[in-house]
Design a protein around this ligand. Structure first.
Ligand SMILES: Cc1cc2nc3c(=O)[nH]c(=O)nc-3n(C[C@H](O)[C@H](O)[C@H](O)COP(=O)(O)OP(=O)(O)OC[C@H]3O[C@@H](n4cnc5c(N)ncnc54)[C@H](O)[C@@H]3O)c2cc1C
Ligand SMILES: C=CC1=C(C)c2cc3[nH]c(cc4nc(cc5[nH]c(cc1n2)c(C)c5CCC(=O)O)C(CCC(=O)O)=C4C)c(C)c3C=C
Length: 465
């Protein structure tokens, strides 16, 4: 059996790892369009040992998908490089939003939900209670903004949910499906009339017990909030790369696939460089939009479904200063879209992972609003000036940074808009009905986080083999 894996980001590498682990006799070929493996995960270490994370920076340690990642980390021998943020650290407790010209701490403990915390006009518990009296509305799917607005009120939708959606997919909560983050709560409303009835009815529904790895147990006992690695998040794809290279695998860089012939019993992949590769099955880890282009001629209906899952562009500005400049330690802050500012949020990297007297920040801009903000003027200098202007306004930082890096991450994060789950079901139905030897993984289908894409690769391997 020969398998070709499209894409060498985290999900392509993970797919190779699981395939080699479960089917060591398979012939495996991984094709990556660029000159490096790792995709959006890029940790740039400066001369002064400061790390600029150009993409993701932390991983969630709790939940089934997270336990799977921790097992993988242990299996590839990377556990000694893990650096957790414990739940008692300021970076875990202090999550903020910027609204009405100032920073506001978000409720982070049971006691804080009983207090009135600005910019909310009532204690959070009041909004949560609103669910009892909110009318049930029967819908197939709706935006997460509309759902939260109906069940918890406008302030929760504007100041809690909308910034959260910016901090997970750089998206507009008025477009993103409720099932992206709140599938279970949405189903409780549809089935029982309100969320609490659903929670009570399912209180004793034990989820299947999974055997936790040593590292997952440690994360639980030590109460990690999130974690990264000593040399940055890129350590993870690097370690998987080193691990799989010891096995029987062929990895080709500069190997951009430009079209695919996909039949029930065989596949031919045509590369940009004129080469063609035959295989008996394929795992695609590239974005649905890119895959859609490759299948346009032979499978136009599948291509149309794949093309519906669009990704947005994010501008990422990393800055380093030689002294401590932050008014408050914390993970950083997000900006509710209601504020109509050109900033999605700012991460306080030096507060998450302190490094001497430095201040390291990451300003993120664009996302669902990239075109309207930068469509006409998309040069890096303009973006840097805008970031610095807003750091002055929002954090009072006037100083010039010692180091800066601006990156524009083109179409880097998929948007699970209303109807996403139904669309993915149709994609899978097409693949099944046409008996195509194709499995899909990566951030376009079953979750956008690091944990989700690793699990999607494991599932893709199980589905094919
Ligand atoms: C700004 C940002 C911040 C994030 N922060 C977090 C975070 O804090 N925590 C978290 O859990 N997740 C975070 N994420 C999400 C996380 O980065 C992704 O889930 C993950 O990196 C996706 O990996 P992937 O392999 O699926 O895709 P990619 O990284 O996109 O990899 C796909 C690979 O396929 C290659 N490719 C594309 N087309 C072709 C072709 N035609 N032929 C061959 N190869 C091709 C590409 O070059 C690329 O290397 C963040 C994402 C972004 C953009
Ligand atoms: C505080 C500011 C934050 C900014 C700015 C931000 C930008 C940003 N994030 C993503 C994608 C993801 N982020 C994820 C986790 C995550 N992000 C923040 C904060 C900011 N993100 C926090 C505090 C966390 C951890 C949340 C937790 O579980 O404790 C994830 C993973 C989600 C998961 O399910 O594991 C993703 C994905 C983008 C694209 C982005 C750009 C604006």
């Amino acid at each position: 059996m020969s398998t070709v894996i499209l894409g060498g980001g985290l999900s392509g590498l993970s797919a190779a790892y699981y395939l080699l682990k479960t089917h060591p006799k398979h012939s495996v070929q991984l094709l990556e369009a660029s000159t490096r493996l790792g995709g959006w995960i890029k940790s740039n270490t400066l001369n002064n040992n400061i790390i600029f994370e150009e993409g993701p920076r932390t991983i969630r340690p709790h939940g089934l998908a997270a336990y799977n990642t921790l097992s993988l980390i242990q299996e590839i021998g990377l556990e000694s490089s893990v650096i957790p943020i414990h739940s008692t650290a300021p970076a875990a407790k202090n999550r903020m939003i910027y609204a009405d010209g100032q920073l506001h701490l978000l409720p982070s403990s049971i006691s804080s939900i009983f207090k009135v915390m600005s910019p909310f006009s009532k204690p959070l518990v009041w909004y949560l209670m609103h669910d009892f009296i909110a009318q049930k509305q029967t819908v197939k799917d709706e935006s997460i903004y509309d759902f939260c607005n109906r069940r918890f009120g406008t302030e929760v939708a504007d100041y809690l949910i909308s910034p959260m959606i910016c901090g997970i997919c750089a998206g507009n909560s008025k477009e993103i499906s409720v099932k992206f983050l709140m599938k279970t709560l949405f189903e409780y409303e549809q089935k029982y009339g309100n969320i609490y009835k659903g929670l009570i009815r399912n209180l004793f529904n034990n989820s299947p017990k999974t055997e936790l790895s040593k590292l997952a147990k440690r994360a639980k006992v030590e109460r990690w909030s999130v974690y990264s690695f000593k040399d940055g998040l890129e350590s993870l794809p690097r370690a998987i790369e080193q691990y799989i290279k010891k096995k029987d695998i062929s990895i080709e860089l500069n190997a951009k696939c430009k079209s695919i012939e996909l039949y029930p019993r065989n596949i031919t992949v045509h590369l940009d460089n004129g080469k063609s590769i035959d295989a008996s099955q394929m795992i695609s880890s590239i974005s649905s939009e890119e895959l859609s282009q490759l299948l346009k001629n032979q499978h136009p209906d599948l291509s149309t479904l794949l093309e519906k899952i669009k990704s947005v562009t994010v501008a990422v500005v990393n800055l380093q200063y030689n002294k401590k400049l932050l008014p408050k330690e914390g993970f950083g802050f997000l900006v509710p879209p209601k504020e109509r500012l050109p900033i999605l949020g700012v991460i306080f990297d030096s507060s998450c992972f302190p490094n001497g007297e430095n201040t390291v920040l990451t300003v993120m801009m664009g996302g669902a609003w990239f075109q309207e903000l930068f469509g006409k003027q998309c040069d890096k200098e303009y973006i840097l000036n805008l970031a610095q202007e807003h750091l002055k306004l929002m954090l009072g930082i006037n100083e010039q940074p010692e180091n800066v890096k601006v990156n524009i991450l083109e179409k880097c994060i998929p948007q699970y808009t209303v109807g996403h789950n139904e669309n993915v079901e149709k994609i899978q139905k097409y693949i099944k009905e046409n008996k195509l030897p194709l499995a899909l993984c990566g951030s376009s289908y079953y979750g956008v986080g690091v944990n989700d894409v690793i699990l999607s690769s494991k599932n893709a391997v199980e589905q094919l083999c």
